[in-house]
Structure formats: structure tokens, C-alpha cells
Design a protein around this ligand. Structure first.
Ligand code: SF4
Ligand code: SF4
Length: 442
């Protein structure tokens, strides 16, 4: 696959943005169905005017205040995509509006500096938090050791973890255990060396984002299988809505198709079912985010296949791609989490179960003060299959004491040569990632 003459990632992306701005009729339907307009303080704005503002930003104008606020508050629920009758992807338009606004705010040097700074923070936290929990062998299993021996076997697909699931490695390891048990062959890729480019696009540094994403994409495409199964919704949305369609314009073809892990697993339910042997007698509720279409439904189908599990619907709103996308709406994030935890307690469930890693990070410490467990859904699936992985992240987070956590992880930190001062800063930032404070319940 060679590049089309004169077409770069940046020019192809600009062309896509231009075409989408032209195709948008500014009918405003996407705005009408968006679940966060009230929390974003734009509920009273006129939908058509907001969309006119979004299109104006994409055409390098200032837009209007409601358009800027809406774009900045988007949590990637994707309700807007379903509402559009014109084949436009409003979520992508808003991502590009944010990127365009960041470009207008800062010169290229500053965009790059911020992108580098944000990427370094992600890389630092992922590297340290995973190494505080895993030995070399498990790091290699998750594709985090450059000297891991290459496998000659041709894999069915690449399993792309993204970066941040490595902070809660029991989740990623369980995904691998489940795939091993059903006989899938795969190659694991992910971590900061396989960046999806989302950090840089947020700061407006499209060129670096394109470079990173294309380098990662080339590695992911190297499996010869033509299929990539993704774990992280953020990477999935970045690749399927920004990178892959843009690279298709640059190279004339998409290098691979990407399938979310939950959809892959549900498609393989017949292979999974014979391994769901042990009863897991639990009443559980699913913490839901609809950002990647079909994932919630797939997770429910998989959980229903586990003998003994009773799935309880807490009737809570399902919003956004993952909890950590509510950065611009901290009050809404707290309110949603508080209401869900209270509803879970009132329903008398045994466990509140999340699909994604960021939700687990934000919710797990509440287990200390609630009469139910906070689990990842693969822990339920694994329990029925005889698979178990220690959730060290939750144990550390529930200590809520940076010194105690540092002491607990000291041996592994020394073995991996982690700098104590940086490790401590990472632990502090891990404890600070607690949108809803853990408070004793009366
Ligand atoms: S993105 Fe679609 S739904 Fe939204 S205003 Fe444009 S045409 Fe209408
Ligand atoms: S992706 Fe979701 S939050 Fe973002 S604009 Fe669309 S509906 Fe609103």
C-alpha cells in the first residue's frame, strides 16, 4: 500500500473535515438528542445555531459560545451519530472542532509542547502503575517487554490493549486468559509505544498525532491477519473515526478492521459457553457506557451466559464512552456515580460490574464503604471458567495512603528500577483520580 501522490495525513484529514462540514445541513437533530447539553450549560441554545457555530469553527471561524461549550463538553456517547440522517458523524465533527480550537489558541510549538507533555504523563503513569503490580513475565505477556521472544505462529488477530488498561492489568490479563481458553491465537500490542494519537490531536498537533497513529497502525497491521480486536473505547473511537478513514484516503485502502473486544467475545459465545462451567451465584448490575456501539448489549449477553448470574438493571442513565471522558463536566460525573452507587446499594446487589478500565479505576475504592463489590465483568466470566487474577490496583487504591502503597510495591519498584520520587508522584496522581470522594455511608 503506497501513499497517494501529494496526500498527507494532515491534508486528508482536512479534506474529510471540509467534506463533513459541507454535508452537515445544520438541522440540529444531533444536538437535540445529546444527553449532556444541560450539564454543559447549552440546553437553551437553538440547535440550528449551535450547529452553524460548529461548522463555522471547522471552517476556521470562531463559531459561537454554545458551539464551543458543546464541543468542549462532549463525552463521546455517540447518541448524535444515530440521530443524523445525512451520514455525518457529529462526534467526529466535535472532536475536530476541539482540535481546531486548540490550534487557534496556540502556535504549533505550543501545540507540540502540550502534546509531548500530555503524552509523557500518560506514559509515565502507565509504565509505573503497571510495573508496581507486575513482574517481568506478566509484563511480557502484555507485550510490555521489548525482548519478549517473537512467536512464529500466525495469530488469528492482534489484541490491541491501548495504554491505560495496563494500570489495571488484571483486566487485560483476564482478557488474554479467556482468549487462551477458547483457543484463540493473538498477538498482544499496546502501551505507550503503540500510541493511538488521541493526546496530540486534542492539543491540535495533527501532524504528530498522524505520525504516531500511522506508526502504531503499521505495527498493528503487521500480523498478516487483517483483524485487530481493541480493548479501549477511546483508542477504538480514535482509530475508527479519525485515523483509519484518514489513512484510507492517504493510502487508498484501510490496513485493517477493528472490532471491540466485547463484540468479538459475544461473536464467539459458542466457543466460550462450554468453558462457563462453574456457577457464579451473584446478583450484579452493569455500569454502562454506550460510546462504542453494541458493547453494552454484548457485555449483557456475555454475562447472561454465566450460570448463576442474575443481571439487575439499576435504571441509571448510560452516558459517554468511559467515566474519564467527563473531564469538562465534573459535577455530572459525580452525580452519575453517586446515584448509581446508591441505586446499587438500594437494589441489594452483590457487585457493580464495569466493562472498561477507567470506570474500574474511578469506582473500585468505593468498595470500602459499600455493601457490594466493584468488579470488572471479566472477573465474573473468569470466575465461571476457573480463571482468577489478583486485582492489586483495587487493593492499593483502597489503602488510600501513598506511603503504604509505596511500601507495598517497593520490591517490584526496585526490581524494575523505578525512580522512587517519580513513583511517589504517580501514586499521588492515582489517589487523586477519585471524582466522587469515598465517604462512609450512614
Ligand atoms: S451532523 Fe447531522 S444531525 Fe447534526 S446538524 Fe449536521 S446533518 Fe443535522
Ligand atoms: S458524542 Fe455524545 S456527548 Fe458528544 S455530542 Fe454526540 S451525543 Fe453529545
Amino acid at each position: 500500500m503506497s501513499d497517494q501522490p501529494g496526500v498527507t495525513f494532515e491534508s486528508a484529514l482536512s479534506e474529510r473535515v471540509r467534506a463533513m462540514a459541507d454535508a452537515c445541513t445544520q438541522c440540529g437533530k444531533c444536538f437535540e438528542v445529546c444527553p449532556i447539553t444541560e450539564a454543559a450549560g447549552v440546553a437553551d441554545a437553538r440547535p440550528r445555531e449551535v450547529l452553524a457555530g460548529v461548522v463555522d469553527i471547522l471552517r476556521l471561524g470562531d463559531g459561537n459560545e454554545a458551539a464551543r461549550k458543546w464541543a468542549n463538553a462532549c463525552v463521546l456517547s455517540g447518541e448524535c451519530i444515530k440521530a443524523c440522517d445525512y451520514g455525518v458523524n457529529p462526534r467526529f465533527m466535535l472532536a475536530m472542532a476541539r482540535s481546531t480550537m486548540a490550534r487557534a489558541r496556540n502556535d504549533p510549538r505550543e501545540q507540540r509542547r502540550q502534546g509531548v507533555q500530555d503524552f509523557r504523563k500518560v506514559a509515565r503513569d502507565v509504565t509505573h502503575i503497571s510495573r508496581m503490580q507486575l513482574d517481568d513475565q506478566l509484563l511480557a505477556r502484555l507485550g510490555q517487554k521489548a525482548d519478549a521472544p517473537p512467536s512464529d505462529a500466525r495469530p488469528d488477530f492482534v489484541f490491541y490493549t491501548g495504554c491505560n488498561v495496563l494500570k489495571t492489568p488484571h483486566i487485560a490479563l483476564l482478557a488474554l486468559d479467556v482468549m487462551d481458553t477458547i483457543g484463540a491465537t493473538y498477538q498482544v500490542m499496546g502501551g505507550p509505544s503503540h500510541c493511538c494519537g488521541v493526546v496530540q490531536i486534542r492539543t491540535g498537533d495533527v501532524e504528530t498525532s498522524g505520525r504516531f497513529a500511522q506508526a502504531t497502525m503499521d505495527k498493528l497491521a503487521g500480523s498478516k491477519s487483517g483483524q485487530v480486536v481493541s480493548w479501549c473505547p477511546s483508542c477504538h473511537i480514535q482509530f475508527t473515526e479519525t485515523t483509519l478513514p484518514t489513512v484510507e484516503k492517504v493510502r487508498g485502502a484501510k490496513p485493517f478492521e477493528m472490532t471491540p473486544f466485547m463484540l468479538y467475545l459475544r461473536a464467539n459465545l459458542d466457543r466460550l459457553r462450554p468453558h462457563l462451567r462453574d456457577r457464579v451465584p451473584m446478583r450484579i448490575a452493569l455500569h454502562k457506557h454506550p460510546g462504542v456501539h453494541g458493547v453494552v448489549e454484548a457485555a449483557e449477553d456475555i454475562l447472561r451466559a454465566v450460570p448463576g448470574v442474575e443481571l439487575v438493571d439499576l435504571k441509571q442513565p448510560a452516558v459517554g464512552a468511559m467515566s474519564n471522558y467527563f473531564r469538562a463536566l465534573p459535577a455530572l460525573r459525580r452525580e452519575l456515580q453517586q446515584k448509581e452507587l446508591d441505586a446499587a446499594e438500594a437494589a441489594g446487589i452483590d457487585a457493580l460490574v464495569a466493562v472498561y478500565h477507567a470506570d474500574h479505576r474511578e469506582l473500585c475504592a468505593h468498595e470500602a464503604v459499600r455493601p457490594f463489590q466493584i468488579l470488572n465483568m471479566l472477573e465474573i466470566v473468569g470466575a465461571s471458567m476457573g480463571l482468577r487474577r489478583d486485582d492489586k490496583y483495587k487493593r492499593l487504591k483502597m489503602m488510600n495512603d501513598a506511603d503504604a502503597i509505596a511500601a507495598d510495591c517497593r520490591d517490584l519498584a526496585i526490581r524494575h528500577g523505578l525512580d522512587p520520587e517519580t513513583t511517589r508522584a504517580v501514586i499521588v496522581s492515582m489517589l487523586e483520580e477519585q471524582p466522587l470522594p469515598v465517604a462512609p455511608q450512614s
